[in-house]
Design a protein around this ligand. Structure first.
Ligand SMILES: Nc1ncnc2c1ncn2[C@@H]1O[C@H](COP(=O)(O)OP(=O)(O)OP(=O)(O)O)[C@@H](O)[C@H]1O
Length: 404
């Protein structure tokens, strides 16, 4: 796939900017805080309707304006597709495909596929488990957009169950108050999940029937999350292992282990749900003390080990970089395999972090196959080959100028 044109209106620090892409690689060159990452962020939003930098639309709208718009023309094997989304300060987002407003935002996902790689991705290895879950979920949404809906269902049940656990007083509890979902940017995906007939409960205790209903919902929706996460890791791991071996010159062996919070012995929904409910029972007392849900995929972990040693705890910076690069290359391949077209690659200020041999590895892999957008503050660290096949824009205070 190829992103041909991008138009940003009142998006971040861009008032009105059109970019025409005409090379396999585009380098966005500029000092700090000029708008390079903002541009990549607009592509991330086109792809996932999420930004890894903020969850608030107001941050994305040019300060002092009431709306922002991002429009793009994308070439795919099926033909050219026009995409647009509008963000508003005081109302919901709207998205459009080929100038037609799409009611379900889910239908917008999965049209632009991309892999992004920024210096923040090093936190994938050394950061907390939430980083790894978010990464995995982002990948899943691209491969299987319906996963966005599944995840949202799970998170909604989780929020409502947590609200119930927290509601200490019977008088403050009723299904709606305790379980009111937070405002979601993709609220079109949201389900109204309400248990029926809340039963009376002893003072200061969540009603048990009510809780049992949420337990069942949590286990049902959580099982769908767990199975998909397991499946995607199963496909990604061998690809990442192969890359890792190659980049490390076969001196290191990577293992990726999914460690679901609820044990996954077999890929059998009924059995996973059973294990889920059994674990909820086990942790019931602890939950009452902590007033929060302790069981479920919101507590999953993905463990990376290099030569049987935890990469998170003991990996050197170089090893962690190799690992993240291997993961990103594996993502590119997996998306290409599943979608049938090469995804875009967004490299945000990351090349300077890679030594020459890792840079070359990346270059050899992407060649001219994956359209790549690269941000950088200087061209010094670029191999001549990169520059040769690149279109270069200078970025200054939210304005782009092509360097000929
Ligand atoms: N909603 C907004 N309205 C106006 N300006 C904004 C908005 N959000 C961010 N900015 C501005 O965008 C700039 C940051 O741009 P960006 O994050 O793209 O930096 P960058 O060019 O990638 O730099 P770096 O190399 O430091 O990452 C800052 O000047 C910030 O004030």
């Amino acid at each position: 796939m190829y992103l041909k044109r991008l138009h940003l209106r009142q998006f971040r620090n861009y008032l009105d900017q059109t970019v025409e892409f005409d090379a396999p690689k585009t380098i966005l060159l500029g000092n700090n805080a000029q708008g390079k990452s903002n541009l990549l962020e607009s592509v991330e939003l086109l792809s996932t309707l999420r930004s890894h930098r903020t969850s608030r639309d107001r941050d994305l709208i040019y300060t002092g304006k009431s709306s922002a718009q991002v429009a793009a023309q994308l070439e795919r094997d099926v033909g050219s597709i026009d995409l647009a989304f509008t963000l508003r300060l005081n109302s919901r987002r709207t998205v459009a495909i080929n100038s037609e407003t799409v009611r379900r935002q889910l239908d917008f996902l999965g049209i632009v596929n991309m892999v992004q790689f920024s210096s923040l991705d090093l936190d994938l290895v050394r950061g907390g488990p939430e980083q790894r879950r978010n990464w995995l979920d982002g990948l899943l949404i691209q491969l299987e957009p319906v996963y966005a809906h599944i995840l949202q269902q799970y998170n909604q049940v989780l929020r409502q169950r947590n609200a119930l656990l927290k509601s200490k007083q019977r008088s403050t509890f009723n299904g709606q108050q305790a379980g009111q979902p937070e405002q979601q940017f993709d609220s079109n995906l949201a389900l109204e999940i309400q248990p029926s007939n809340p039963s009376p409960a002893p003072d200061n205790q969540p009603p048990q029937d009510e809780l049992a209903l949420w337990d069942a919902q949590l286990a049902a929706t959580g099982t769908r999350v767990i199975r998909r996460r397991a499946r995607v890791l199963q496909r990604l791991a061998p690809l990442a292992q192969r890359w890792h071996r190659e980049i490390s010159g076969s001196t290191e062996e990577l293992t990726i282990n999914y460690a679901p919070n609820v044990a996954l012995e077999q890929d059998e929904p009924a059995l996973i749900q059973q294990a889920f409910l059994a674990k909820i029972q086990e942790r019931a007392i602890a939950e009452q003390y902590q007033n929060t849900t302790l069981v479920g995929p919101h507590r999953d972990e993905v463990a990376f080990t290099i030569n049987e040693t935890s990469a998170r705890q003991y990996g050197s910076q170089g090893q962690q970089r190799t690992l993240v690069l291997a993961l990103k290359l594996a993502e590119l391949k997996l998306i290409e395999e599943v979608i049938g077209e090469p995804p875009l690659l967004l490299l945000d200020d990351v090349l300077a972090e890679l030594d020459l041999s890792r840079q070359n590895q990346l270059l050899e892999t992407i060649q001219d196959r994956y359209q790549t957008l690269i941000t950088t503050t200087h061209l010094g660290s670029f191999d001549a080959q990169w520059l040769y096949s690149s279109q270069i824009f200078s970025v200054k205070q939210g304005q782009l100028a092509e360097r000929i």
